[in-house]
Each structure stands twice: as C-alpha cells, then as structure tokens.
Design a binder for this molecule. Structure first.
Ligand SMILES: Cc1ncc(COP(=O)(O)O)c(C=O)c1O
Length: 400
C-alpha cells in the first residue's frame, strides 16, 4: 500500500518557487544570475508597519488570538472594504488567514465535494488548479488569448458553466499576465453569472492597488450587488504593503461561508501570527502615500521592460494595466536553435536555455496554463531589469 495519499499524485510543486530556487542555487554556485521569477515587491515593508509589529511584541500580543483574526484587524478590514470598494462587510463577515493563499484554500476546502467544478481563466496563478484538486474538486480552465488581452469573454464563461460549477475564480489584475478587467468588462461577466445561481465567485483582488496610467479598479460585489450573497472578496497585505513574509490575507463574504472557513482553520492552523496581525492593522489604517510612490517606479519598469522585450527577435509583449508582471509570447522563437545546439520546441526549452546561456531566470508560460510564453516579474531593481532585457535581446538575436 502506498504511504502517500493519492491526491498528492495529482498536484505539482509550485513552478514559480522552483525557478526561484534554481536561480538561487546557480547564484550560490557563483553564476551571474538575474532572477525575474519571484512574485514579490523588492521594496521593504514600510517603517510604520515594522514599528507597529515591534510595539505589538512589547505590548505582549504574543498569544493565541481569535482563530480568524483579532477584532481590531477585522474592523480595519471592514473599513477598508467600505472606503476603497464601497462594500459593506461586518467584521463577522471577514476571515483573516495566513496569507491570501490560506483564505482561498479554506474557501475551497469547505465548499467542494468530489465532482464539483471550479472555472479558472487561463493563464492563471499556478496555485489555483492544485488547490482545487487538493480540496477534492475539478479545475476547469478557460483559455484566454493575447488578442483579447488575456481576458475571459462572457460567451466563453457561459459555455463553460455546467450544473456542477461551484466557483468561478477571477483574478484582476492578474498574476501572471497583469491583465485587469474594466468595470464594463466585469459587468458583461456578471450578467452571465446572474443567470447561473449555482455559481459562486471568488474574486482575488490581491493586486488591487497595483494599477497604472488611469486604470480604475473594480470588484464583482461592488459593481453587481445581486452577486454579493455569493461572492468571496479576497485580498491581502502581501503585495501592496510589501509584506509577503508576514503572511496575512483576508476575505469578505456571506457569514455562513466565513464561519465554515473559521471552523476549518480552527482545526488546521488556528490564528495567523498575532504580531503580523497587528502589523496589518497599521498597514490598513496608517499612511497610504507610499503606494503611489511604489506604483510610479513599477510603471516606469513596466514601460521599460515592455519596450525592450518588443525589440527582441521573436518576442511579442503586450502592455498590461496592473500587477508587476508581463507575459510576453515567445512563439516567434519556437523551432529555432539555441547556442547549446538545442532546438526550442516549447516555452520550457526557451526558459531553460535562456537561464543556461544568459543567466536570466523567468517562468515558462506552460506553468500558468498558456504558452508558448513566459512571465517576468518586474518587481526587481531597475538596473537588473535593464540588464536582463539586454540579455534576452542578445539570446533571441543569437538563435539560429
Ligand atoms: C493572484 C495571487 N493570489 C494570491 C496570492 C497569495 O498571496 P499571499 O498568500 O502572500 O497573501 C498570490 C501570491 O503570489 C497571488 O499572486
């Protein structure tokens, strides 16, 4: 009898963490490697948030807390939803977990039965399908295309919905493409969803604040109140507040769902870190001015990377509205031969040969369910980005 559970055979380790680790190993071995794989800001957590954490330790906030978040944080989150999204969630409708990742997993774990389907537009964040599988459900990918800005069309959503569909996971701005739905685009999707009352919506708004030019962020329950009762609005402090290591994420939704998630969390991990929760209170209630400052830097980097990649032979890179990723197609390089003599058959080959030849680590599009493409995270020092793009240009120029 096998020792490991069968479920484990169906999930794969996170490929983005895999690339980051490989780049780290090569660096440790003395190679000059620029890693563009990691999905986290290169900025430090702002000082006021760090100070709040130190104060929390000194004040003795070092014990178990309420399982799904201290009341001070739930209130701060409820105020944030009201202030920024015009959404009314009572603190009892808010769940705080160890990162947005745990909140998503909890929601899936307490709702999915074998055979239940979860619709996920592709390219998708690598963890969604595997989380669905771990929670006992079946992921159903809907392909999107570069021509439509990697956004799901309402007809495609309508076609994919079956009586077994339990959730749609929407992620805007998106990891990995940076694509963000306008209010009008979302409205077309919500019109479809209204006609299918069995479908719940998990809207992953993790990159809400990371939008550029004059893009205005909207979220499902805000623009379509009729869907409020079947929407989980997910967010967190990791990306906006440069707090990836602190592990605080949260969701707002109908009370019965939030309660079930709390029960699940109470028997798995209990409360998220008490000190990180106090830091998150400061993040959500303290000064917000640094967000615009960071966004100016991110926008400059996005423009630099898009422009330089579009000058690389065989690469075509759309300019996304948000997050800190670009998702260029490398279709024009497939079939060519790398300096090592290896023929590029798929985007995995492109990524491996690029790392080998030029020491630039990116993630293959096939990991996100759509290729041939690759993802670049531009949450990296501007000088490194520029050098990495120069190397990509050289790599593509040297392909035979
Ligand atoms: C789209 C998306 N959702 C959720 C998360 C989870 O973030 P965290 O668990 O750090 O809050 C990430 C992190 O990479 C992400 O990219």
């Amino acid at each position: 009898m096998a020792f490991l559970a069968d479920t484990l055979l169906r999930v794969k380790p996170s490929p983005t963490i895999g690339v980051t680790n490989l780049a780290r190993e090569l660096k440790a071995a003395g190679r000059d490697v620029i890693g563009l794989g990691a999905g986290e800001p290169d900025f430090d957590t702002p000082d006021n948030i760090r100070e709040a954490a130190k104060r929390a330790i000194d004040a003795g906030h070092t014990r178990y807390t309420q399982v799904d978040g201290i009341s001070e944080l739930k209130s701060a989150i409820a105020s944030k939803f009201k202030r920024e999204n015009s959404l009314d969630y009572r603190p009892s409708q808010v769940s705080v977990g160890t990162g947005g990742k745990q909140v998503i997993f909890n929601a899936l774990a307490v709702t999915l039965n074998p055979g239940d389907e979860v619709i996920i537009p592709a390219p998708y964040w690598v963890s969604y399908p595997d989380m669905v599988i771990l929670a006992g459900g079946t992921p159903v990918a809907i392909d999107t295309t570069l021509e439509h800005g990697f956004k799901m069309l309402p007809e495609a959503l309508d076609r994919a919905i079956t009586p077994k569909t339990k959730w749609l996971i929407l992620n805007s701005p998106s990891n990995p493409t940076g694509a963000a739905y306008t209010r009008a685009e979302l409205k077309k999707l919500t019109a479809v969803l209204i006609r299918h009352p069995q479908v719940w919506i998990l809207t992953d708004d993790m990159y809400e604040h990371l939008v550029y030019d004059d893009f205005t962020f909207s979220t499902v329950a805000q623009i379509e109140p009729a869907l409020y009762e079947r929407t989980l609005t997910l967010n967190g402090v990791s990306k906006t507040y440069c707090m990836t290591g602190w592990r605080i994420g949260y969701g707002g939704g109908p009370e019965p769902l939030i309660k079930a998630m709390s029960t699940y969390q109470s028997q798995s991990t209990s409360n998220p870190c008490s000190i990180a929760q106090w830091a998150a209170v400061e993040a959500l209630t303290g000064p917000q001015g640094f967000i615009a400052k960071h966004n100016r830097v991110f926008k400059e980097r996005r423009d630099l990377v898009v422009s330089m990649l579009n000058q690389a032979q065989g690469i075509s890179c759309p300019k996304p509205d948000g997050a800190f990723y670009v998702y260029p197609s490398c279709a024009g390089t497939i079939g060519k031969t790398a300096p090592s003599g290896k023929r590029l058959e798929r985007d995995d080959d492109f990524v491996r040969e690029l790392l080998e030849a030029e020491g630039v680590a990116v993630v293959q599009g096939s990991a996100f369910g759509a290729g041939p493409a690759f993802r670049i995270s531009y949450a990296t020092k501007t000088d490194d980005l520029e050098e990495a793009c120069r190397r990509i240009q050289r790599f593509c120029g040297n392909l035979q």
